[in-house]
Design a protein around this ligand. Sequence first.
Ligand SMILES: [Zn+2]
Ligand SMILES: [Zn+2]
Length: 150
Amino acid sequence: MTVPSLLPRQDARTQRDRLEVLTVLINGPEFDPVLRGGVLKIPPSHPVYPWNCTVPDCARSRWRRYAMCSVHADQWQEAEAGGMTRTQFLRGAEPLAAWEAPEEMMCRICPQRPAFSLRLAVCFRHRNRWLSHLKRHPGADEDDGCRRTT
Ligand SMILES: [Zn+2]
Ligand SMILES: [Zn+2]
């Protein structure tokens, strides 16, 4: 006796019927249109899967805690320790420009690989090579990843 013989047999019609039911449900009015299609693009302030920082107009994605970006989460921890309420903090916090691109970015040296460091726009391998280079040449410019010649 083989394992497939233990499974309930499904004929082609059963599979087709299930696919039709699934297709009808996905195209129904209660199915979130964001979840349709091949590549899902969740908007930053999606009601179920939000990923934006909750500080008004902050363009950065939220970090693991506090539903804020890492900078605002750090600021909030200090403010909370000082007795500030979350509402007061959110009203007074300065919004920040996007640090990371919301879209996938490719390595600028080998464009077939995704960028690991979005600041440098290079893949994991090139980022490590760059960090290794900085260790050997401490005077290299760390801001833009390019050595400037003057
Ligand atoms: Zn933020
Ligand atoms: Zn690369």
